[in-house]
Design a protein around this ligand. Structure first.
Ligand SMILES: Nc1ncnc2c1ncn2[C@@H]1O[C@H](COP(=O)(O)OP(=O)(O)O)[C@@H](O)[C@H]1O
Ligand SMILES: [Mg+2]
Length: 336
């Protein structure tokens, strides 16, 4: 059985995607699930949450095959094949395939192979490149017998993200309560549907080709891309804005989610707190966020020695409860 691939996606940045994945990954590992995280954002913010700059510089400059997501797929741009990922162990049950700023250089290969994958022949190379992230994910998961693959990506609708979404089973959409986040949500649903449809055309084209018979053991992702819900981020609210502005935007989310992501016609007056698609409202953790970043640990593992005393200690406990609940809710939805 292949472990589920869960991607957090919104083409609006700064909605807390990376922080969420960081905390959820840590929570799943605490709950004794084996987790592999793939940092597919060329900005590599998630990798920076785990390692200091010196360590990251060493990884990048060493250019060891498989040492970052880019070093895994890079051989494909020449005459080589995918390099097995070298996983970084964070704690027991938690592993990372590091991100890489050089990954943005792969965008061109993914763009140019997209039309080639619909040709009549010479399909193996384009299909191998377009599915390369999925192949790396599967290699990484097999290495540590992962229960779940968590993926972070950048905020755009480019060719890298298209390939990541093709490799994705389940999508979670983190949202801020503002115009930009909702506008992003409106584009997201149709884009996901279009990517899925276009990939299925390519799978059909491949399956009809002679090459598919010559490469029988070559497996491809099925682009399930099932949206399992959204998360509302309280922290993305600008502090100089009145609460009514938050309410105004946040209450529009359930309707837009249904329309844009689920293609449901009817409007709804349901509010996020009562909406089954709202997986959680993520609190504003204020000074706990820099404290956790400084100590390179999730908020819920902060101790008094880290500075989490008094009301902070209570907030740490609450964060633990909130993330445990969210982890379990998502686990149910993806049948983990
Ligand atoms: N729950 C939270 N409370 C307060 N600040 C947060 C929270 N989640 C994220 N942040 C901060 O918001 C900023 C954007 O978060 P990040 O996770 O990088 O978002 P994205 O990956 O969507 O760009 C970061 O500075 C991060 O520290
Ligand atoms: Mg990010």
């Amino acid at each position: 059985m292949k472990p589920p691939v869960l991607t957090f996606f919104n083409n609006k940045g700064g909605v807390g995607k990376t922080s969420l994945i960081y905390h959820l990954a840590w929570m799943y590992a605490t709950l004794r699930k084996r987790v592999v995280i793939i940092d597919l954002d060329p900005q590599a913010n998630l990798t920076a949450a785990f390692f200091d700059e010196e360590t990251i510089e060493k990884i990048w400059n060493s250019r060891v095959e498989g040492s970052t997501i880019y070093q895994c797929v890079k051989p494909l741009t020449g005459v080589g094949d995918i390099a097995a990922p070298v996983l970084k162990k964070i704690i027991p049950d938690l592993y990372l395939v590091p991100g890489d700023v050089a990954l943005s250089g792969y965008e061109d290969a993914l763009s140019s192979e997209w039309p080639n994958s619909m040709a009549d022949n010479n399909l193996y190379r384009p299909m191998r490149i377009l599915s390369s992230f999925w192949q790396v994910m599967q290699m990484a998961a097999a290495k540590i017998e992962a229960d779940i693959i968590l993926v972070d990506i950048g905020p755009n609708l480019g060719a890298i993200n298209r390939s990541v979404l093709i490799a994705t089973d389940y999508v979670v959409i983190p949202l801020g309560a503002d115009l930009f986040s909702l506008q992003g949500l409106k584009n997201l649903g149709p884009t996901l549907r279009s990517w899925k449809r276009l990939w299925h055309k390519r799978l059909a084209n491949w399956n009809e080709s002679q090459e598919s018979k010559d490469h029988e053991s070559f497996l491809l992702p099925q682009a399930k891309m099932q949206p399992i819900g959204y998360l509302c981020q309280q922290h993305s609210v600008r502090l100089d804005r009145p609460v009514t502005a938050y309410d105004k935007w946040v209450n529009r989310i359930p309707g837009i989610y249904r329309q844009a992501v689920l293609s449901e016609e009817s409007g709804t007056s349901i509010k996020p707190v009562d909406d089954p698609y709202c997986l959680a409202t993520i609190k504003h953790y204020r000074s706990l966020i820099p404290m956790a970043q400084e100590h390179r640990k999730p908020i819920f593992n902060l101790t008094s020695a880290d500075g989490a005393i008094g009301s902070h200690a209570n907030a740490v406990q609450d964060a633990g409860k909130d993330f445990r609940m969210l982890a379990k809710k998502i686990a149910e939805k993806i049948k983990l």
